[in-house]
Design a protein around this ligand. Structure first.
Ligand code: FES
Length: 565
């Protein structure tokens, strides 16, 4: 190990007498059964996010046992410690509001406790980016081990999985095609094992991207949570963490702009979650690596969709795993990748891929010359409605709405949208453009409210999609023609706050433009009447006040602006 002070001697507690601090530490560790011989070994911290409020992580105890086994086999000692856990569906107002808090807390606990390396066990949407941000900022040897995806189930012979099918089946119920009993039955068939959502939602996307940049060992993103493959990967991670601790190789020793550009290529090729755009910006910023929406757009333009997974295709994560997972995808993408990017174990990506054999028979991962869809799968659009950019998942959109001009129907909150859109008496046209504002980072923590429901009056007529525009996010499991992350957001003066009912909005994907077709003079008048008083109220929680005052806009990663480049 490179650090002069290692193991339990690292970062002594300040009592003013280093000898006494070390003695006292030994006293208390002895009470937990550790002897002097144990404490000569590298200490591997294991960040545990098990929580009854996070059902996606419910199989993490077995995973952690295997990491511990790997650590012990390799000559280290494992110390498990708890951190904040973020269970996507059980948090108010939204997990995004808490991602940075988890990153800050995890980083501080890594730094404060005497560990030579850390393994971070996460999985559910925001846990992985939070842990990556923490590991990069702490910059000690670190590996992520995700809990892995759930396994699919069936209902009446149809294969189902969380949560693209949750949305699809709920839409059927809303349109009157499934009655109350049927939707209740479906509810018991959508998530039947522990693990994360098993489509290419945010959890699966972030796992795939973290494997790509090397914060996770190869093959780690896809094994389902209940499988032996998952447990064996955990054991391997435990062993590797000891090797990394002995070499002192932290994330800053191998992460580069090339690593992140490879992640952007993978994001496009898997039809990944739009949330990952925000997370990658924040993670790169923690690594002090320049990455912008324009960099991403350049990659999106030339990267086709290779992976046949919901919501862009038909498969599930277990299919991706059987097809060879991320290593097999990277092999297919080789001509588009920066092969000199380094991995955590000292090999370049090119060297890692030399050990991967092409599985030609499997169609879940397509060849580069036979993609599921041509580029782009994701796109960055700009214009008078989003001067700093907005994003759209092209692969999950309706082709006929990607070039569309229509009148705005504006909602000032997700609650208002929900009420109006659920009322079958309120008429809408399929040409309307639904606009949701006051849902950006500062206003609301940027909830996944952007994929508003199809107006009920249209849903019952069989309309399945409508153009939607917002400063919110949407779940990676969602689908539809949905423009998200309009930046700047409405409450800091973004033009989305100036839209009025009936204004014409134009999306033109070929030109990557999103415009509000209202004269500049009229917009200037509306802007002068807009109230953008900074939100601060002593009755808000301390975190809420810090978040509101310091959170960056979507095009910068929605991190806390306190000194990152
Ligand atoms: Fe946890 Fe989807 S709710 S990963």
């Amino acid at each position: 190990m490179t650090d002069a002070a290692t193991g339990s001697s690292r970062g002594l507690t300040s009592y003013g007498d280093a000898g006494f601090s070390k003695f006292l530490r030994g006293v208390f560790l002895a009470s937990a059964g550790w002897d002097a011989q144990d404490l000569e070994r590298p200490i591997i911290g294991i960040a545990n996010t098990e929580s009854d409020f996070n059902p996606c992580h419910r199989l993490s105890p077995a995973i952690i046992e295997n990491i511990k086994r790997g650590v012990l086999e390799a000559g280290g000692v494992p110390f498990v410690f708890p951190t904040i856990s973020l269970g996507e569906t059980l948090l108010n107002p939204t997990s995004m509001y808490l991602r940075n808090l988890m990153a800050i807390e995890t980083e501080e606990m890594i730094k404060a406790q005497p560990m030579d390396a850390v393994v971070l066990v996460g999985g559910c949407d925001k846990t992985v980016p939070a842990q990556a941000m923490a590991a990069i900022s702490a910059d000690i040897p670190a590996l992520l081990e995700v809990v892995g995806p759930m396994v699919t189930s069936t209902w009446r012979g149809n294969r189902l999985g969380a949560c693209t099918d949750c949305r699809r089946m709920w839409a059927s119920h809303r349109a009157g095609d499934l009655d109350q009993d049927e939707i209740a039955e479906v509810g018991n068939a959508l998530a039947t094992t522990g693990g994360t959502c098993m489509v290419m939602g945010t959890a699966s996307t972030m796992a795939s991207l973290m494997e790509t940049i090397g914060l996770m060992l190869p093959g780690g993103a896809t094994p389902p949570s209940p499988t032996g493959d998952r447990l064996r990967h955990a054991t391997k991670t435990g062993r590797a963490a000891v090797a990394l601790a002995l070499e002192g190789r932290g994330p800053s020793t191998f992460l580069s702009r090339d690593s992140f550009m490879n992640a952007v290529t993978v994001l496009a090729a898997i039809g990944g979650s739009t949330n990952a755009i925000v997370h990658l910006l924040a993670i790169a910023s923690r690594a002090q690596i320049e990455l912008t929406l324009d960099d991403m757009e350049q990659t999106f333009k030339k990267t086709p969709l290779l992976l046949d997974l919901k919501p862009s295709g038909v498969g599930y994560m277990e299919d991706f795993d059987r097809a060879g997972g991320v290593p097999q995808l990277l092999l297919r993408l080789k001509p588009l990748l920066k092969l000199d990017a380094m991995g955590p174990l000292g090999l370049t990506l090119g060297e890692q891929l030399e050990t991967v054999t092409l599985k030609e028979h499997d169609t879940t991962i397509r060849a580069l010359d036979n993609p599921l869809l041509p580029a782009p799968t994701l796109a960055v659009v700009r214009g008078s409605l989003a001067p700093e950019g907005a994003v759209i998942k092209v692969s999950a959109a309706s082709p006929d709405l990607l070039r569309h001009k229509g009148p705005a129907r504006v909602f000032d909150s997700a609650q208002e949208a929900s009420l109006v859109l659920s009322d079958p008496e309120i008429a809408f046209s399929p040409d309307d453009v639904l606009v949701l504002r006051n849902s950006g980072p500062v206003a609301a923590g940027m909830p996944e409210a952007g994929s508003m429901a199809i107006p009920k009056s249209l849903a019952i007529k069989g309309v399945k999609d409508i153009l939607r525009v917002s400063d919110a996010r949407m779940s990676g499991t969602s689908y539809g023609t949905v423009v998200l992350h309009c930046s700047p957001e409405s409450v800091v003066g973004g033009p989305i706050g100036l839209v009025q009912d009936g204004d014409i909005i134009e999306l033109d994907i070929d030109n990557r433009s999103l415009n509000l077709l209202v004269s500049e003079e009229e917009l200037a008048v509306r802007s002068s009447q807009l109230d953008v008083t900074p939100m601060d109220d002593i009755r808000m929680s301390i975190w809420r006040r810090i978040f509101t005052k310091h959170v960056t806009q979507a095009h910068l990663g929605v991190d806390i602006d306190m000194g990152q480049p």
